[in-house]
Ligand binder design. Structure first.
Ligand code: ZNH
Length: 146
């Protein structure tokens, strides 16, 4: 669980990312699709996009980036309540496990990219303040596969 100080600094770090949710969410997805092209295969409507430029401008990629960031934002609002946090992440994990059939190794990939983008845009302290959150998200998404 998170201490009061950890909750505050994680929220501060996340707010910087979430101000530009669509742009930053899109940047995370484009990097995932570019560096791990197999992740594109889950998205039938993105499969034909080959260049990062094409992906960045796609309304569907942008919409999905916004959706992922909105979900994370909801999690970040519940860091101080483990039951509520798990209550948000677990059903999302179940959906990824059973319906979307996402290989759970990809959760670490996307979480690491989120941290990278944070560090590049807002510095190492921002990244450090959010690492425990991405770890917790990954742990709970993975638990949903058990
Ligand atoms: Zn995911 C979907 C979130 C990761 C793939 N996602 C989704 C959604 C959300 C999310 C919110 C929507 C749902 C509904 O609608 O119900 N994700 C998320 C998060 C994360 C993720 C938060 C982390 C952090 N995913 C992921 C990965 C992948 C994915 C890694 C791969 C690789 N997703 C996906 C898909 C989908 C989703 C495929 C579906 C889409 C459509 O359909 O459009």
């Amino acid at each position: 669980s998170f201490s009061e100080a950890e909750v505050q600094s994680a929220r501060g770090a996340w707010e910087k990312m979430y101000v530009d949710a669509e742009d930053n969410g899109t940047a995370v997805l484009v990097r995932m699709f570019t560096e791990h092209p197999d992740t594109k295969s889950y998205f039938t409507h993105f499969a034909g996009m080959d260049t990062a430029e094409e992906m960045k401008q796609s309304a569907q990629v942008r919409g999905h980036g916004k959706k992922v960031f909105t979900a994370i934002n909801d999690m970040v609002q519940h860091l101080d309540n483990t039951e509520a946090f798990v209550g948000i992440v677990n059903p999302l994990g179940k959906k990824h496990a059973t319906q979307l059939k996402i290989d759970p190794k990809n959760f670490k990939i996307i979480c690491d990219i989120i941290l990278q983008v944070m560090e590049e845009k807002f510095g190492g302290d921002c990244k450090a303040s959010f690492e425990k959150v991405t770890n917790e998200i990954c742990t709970q998404l993975n638990n949903a596969y058990k």
